[in-house]
Design a protein around this ligand. Structure first.
Ligand SMILES: [Cu+2]
Length: 576
C-alpha cells in the first residue's frame, strides 16, 4: 500500500526526498526514555539532484562532548540516499576537506567514470557530479570514501551513508515507514572518546582498526523505542575491520530476507549470522511476544579469532537496545516467498580465475596473487556477459571480506561445500573469507565496460594494497560500437556480401525494461544451424559480429537475430 502511494508520488515528480523508512523527523516525536543511552539517530534523507558536501566538522557524537569528524551536508553518517529503481541518481559531491576524495556507490552498478575509482579523485576545493541510472535490484546499498590510501581514515572519520534502492514492483507488505529501520554499525575506541583518532600502528595495519564500543547511525550506546510488532531492519556493517556475529540477547529467531543485492528468494529463519565490513543483511524481527516495558538487545556474540586485546575480533559487544513501548502495529508480514532468483549454472562458466590472499610480516603486508594495488596497472580483463568463477583462497590467519565493483556475485561454495549459510545465498558483492578458507563465487558482468576494483573491505587491508584493477571488456563474439542506444531493434544486411572469407553483421538492441537476451544464429539453406554468433544477456546498444566460416562450402546462408519480441533474418552469400 505504502509503496503504491510512493510510486504515485514519484510519477507526479514531487521534488521531495523519497521517504520510505524511519528518518529524523519521524523519530523526533519519540520522547519517552525507558533506560540509559541515546535515542537512535537517523541521517536526513538526501534530495536527489542536490549537493553532497564533505567537510571537517565538530559534532557532539557523545552528548556534551565535541568530536572532530567528517560530515556530509553536516550529517554523520552522511544523508541516506533513497531512490527508486529506474530513476537517474544525481549528486554534486563537493570536497571541502583538505585532502583528495572519491565516492564509491557500494554494490551499485554504475559506469566506470561514476564508480569513484581512486584515479578519478576530487581534489580539495573541487567538485564532481555523479550521475547514473539506478539499475540495481531494490535493496540496501551504501556509499563511502574510496580515495587512494585514504579510504580507511575517511570512513573512520565519518565518510559513509546509506544508498537504498526501492523497487515499487516489490510489494510484499513488508514493514515500512517507522517500522523500516536502517542500522549502520560502526565500532570506535572507548579510550579515544570523544575523538575518532585514526592513527593505526602495526597491529592495526595487520588486523585492521578495531574498536571496543559500537555506534549505530553515529549514535553511541543507542536505543530505539519499538512497538509490539514486526520490524524490518537493514543492517550495514560500516566498520573498518570488525566482523560481527549478529544475534539478540534472548537468542530469539528472526527472518533473514535480504543480502547485499536485495531480497532473497525466500525468508530464512535464523538466530545468528556473521556480518563483515561492507556486507548488508536485512531481517524481519517480531516484538509481539514482548511485554510493554521490556527490552531486548541486538548484540555481537563472542567468537574465537586472532588479534590483540582489547581490540580483538570476536569480543562480545552490545549494538542497540530495543525498548518495547506500545502496541502499535506495522501491518507488515513475513511473506512465504519473494521473486525467484535465477541461479547461475556452474556448467556455463567460461573462465575460472584464482585469487590467493597472502600476508607477509612487513608492509605492504596484504597481497592478492603476490600483488599490491597499482593505480595505473590493469591486472586482468573480463569480457562483458561471460560467466566466470572466481576462486578466492585465503592463505592468511585473518578474515578478508572481499568485494567486487560493477556486479553482484553468487556464492557457489565455501571450502567446496555448496550448503551455504542463508546470508551467503542470494546476490552478494562482499563475501567474508575465514582464515584458510577457499570461497568460490560466480560472476557475470552485465552492465558496464571499463576499469573497476576487486579488493578486501577490511579498509586497512585495502589501503595497504589488497586491491586489484580489472577491466570489463567487449563480450565474446560481438563488440559494441560506440555508446548510442538505438530507438528500435534492427538486424542490418551483412557486409561485404557476397563475401569470402569473412563478413560483418551489425545489429541494434533497443532499450527495454526487462532483462534482455539475444540470439544471433546462422542457418544453412536446409534450415540447419551451422553457427551461433551470440546467445546470452545483452544490453541496449549497437553491436557488430564477425563471421568467418572456414569449413563451410560456398552457398546461401541465413542469419537470424532474436531479441525481446524482435526477430529478423537476412540472407548471406559465401563465394569461395
Ligand atoms: Cu583483508
Amino acid at each position: 500500500m505504502l509503496l503504491g502511494s510512493l510510486a504515485a508520488g514519484a510519477l507526479l515528480s514531487i521534488p521531495k526526498p523519497l521517504q520510505i523508512f524511519a528518518n529524523e523527523k519521524k523519530t523526533a516525536i519519540l520522547t519517552e526514555v525507558t533506560g540509559s543511552g541515546n535515542p537512535l539517530r537517523f541521517p536526513p534523507v538526501f534530495t536527489n539532484g542536490g549537493n553532497l558536501t564533505l567537510a571537517q566538522t565538530t559534532k557532539q557524537v557523545w552528548p556534551g562532548q565535541d568530536t572532530q569528524i567528517i560530515t556530509i551536508n553536516g550529517s554523520y553518517p552522511g544523508p541516506s540516499i533513497v531512490i527508486q529503481k529506474g530513476q537517474t541518481f544525481t549528486a554534486n559531491v563537493i570536497n571541502n576537506l583538505s585532502e583528495d576524495i572519491t565516492t564509491h556507490w557500494h554494490g551499485v552498478s554504475v559506469p566506470a567514470n561514476m564508480d569513484g575509482h581512486p584515479k578519478d579523485k576530487i581534489i580539495p576545493g573541487a567538485s564532481y557530479t555523479y550521475t547514473f541510472p539506478v539499475i540495481n535490484r531494490g535493496g540496501t546499498y551504501f556509499y563511502h570514501a574510496h580515495a587512494d590510501m585514504l579510504t580507511a581514515k575517511q570512513v573512520y572519520r565519518g565518510f559513509a551513508g546509506f544508498f537504498i534502492v526501492v523497487d515499487p514492483a516489490e510489494n510484499y507488505n513488508l514493514p515500512s515507514g517507522n517500522f523500516d529501520i536502517p542500522l549502520c554499525i560502526q565500532d570506535r575506541r572507548i579510550a579515544d572518546i570523544p575523538n575518532f583518532n585514526y592513527n593505526p600502528g602495526n597491529y592495526e595495519m595487520m588486523w585492521g582498526m578495531l574498536g571496543d564500543t559500537v555506534l549505530v547511525n553515529g549514535t553511541p550506546d543507542p536505543y530505539l523505542e519499538v512497538s509490539r510488532t514486526l520490524y524490518r531492519f537493514r543492517l550495514l556493517n560500516g566498520s573498518n575491520a570488525r566482523v560481527y556475529k549478529i544475534a539478540f540477547s534472548d537468542n530469539r529467531s528472526f527472518h533473514i530476507i535480504g543480502t547485499d543485492g536485495g531480497l532473497k528468494d525466500a525468508p530464512v529463519t535464523a538466530t545468528e549470522f556473521m556480518l563483515a565490513p561492507g556486507e548488508r543483511v536485512e531481517i524481519l524481527t517480531d516484538f509481539s511476544s514482548n511485554t510493554i516495558g521490556s527490552n531486548v538487545t541486538l548484540k555481537s556474540l563472542a567468537y574465537t579469532h586472532g588479534g590483540m586485546m582489547p581490540y580483538k575480533q570476536g569480543i562480545p559487544l552490545d549494538i542497540i537496545r530495543f525498548d518495547v513501548v506500545n502496541n502499535n502495529s506495522s501491518g507488515g508480514i513475513v511473506p512465504a516467498a519473494f521473486a525467484p532468483i535465477s541461479y547461475y549454472n556452474p556448467a556455463d562458466v567460461v573462465n575460472t580465475r584464482t585469487f590467493t590472499l597472502t600476508m607477509s610480516p612487513s608492509p605492504p603486508m596484504h597481497k592478492i596473487n603476490g600483488l599490491t594495488f597499482d593505480i595505473s596497472r590493469i591486472d586482468w580483463q573480463t569480457p562483458l556477459l561471460a560467466l566466470e568463477k572466481w576462486k578466492i583462497i585465503n592463505g592468511t590467519a585473518d578474515m578478508h571480506p572481499m568485494h567486487t565493483h560493477d556486479a553482484q556475485w553468487q556464492v557457489l561454495s565455501r571450502n567446496g561445500n555448496t550448503n551455504l549459510p542463508p546470508n551467503d545465498k542470494g546476490w552478494k558483492d562482499t563475501v567474508n573469507l575465514n582464515p584458510g578458507e577457499t570461497v568460490e563465487v560466480l560472476v557475470k558482468f552485465i552492465s558496464y565496460k571499463g576499469l573497476y576494483l576487486f579488493h578486501c573491505h577490511n579498509l586497512e587491508h585495502e589501503d595497504d594494497g589488497m586491491m586489484l584493477n580489472f577491466e570489463v571488456t567487449d563480450p565474446i563474439g560481438i563488440h559494441q560500437i560506440g555508446t548510442e542506444v538505438p530507438q528500435s531493434f534492427e538486424l542490418h544486411q551483412n557486409y561485404p556480401n557476397p563475401f569470402n572469407p569473412e563478413t560483418k553483421i551489425k545489429f541494434d538492441i533497443a532499450q527495454s525494461n526487462s532483462n534482455l537476451t539475444a540470439e544471433l544464429k546462422i542457418f544453412d539453406i536446409q534450415g540447419r544451424q551451422v553457427a551461433e554468433l551470440y546467445n546470452g544477456n545483452i544490453n541496449a546498444g549497437k553491436y557488430e559480429a564477425e563471421w568467418k566460416p572456414e569449413s563451410l562450402p560456398s552457398g546461401t546462408y541465413f542469419a537470424r537475430l532474436t531479441a525481446d519480441s524482435f526477430s529478423k533474418t537476412i540472407k548471406l552469400v559465401l563465394t569461395k
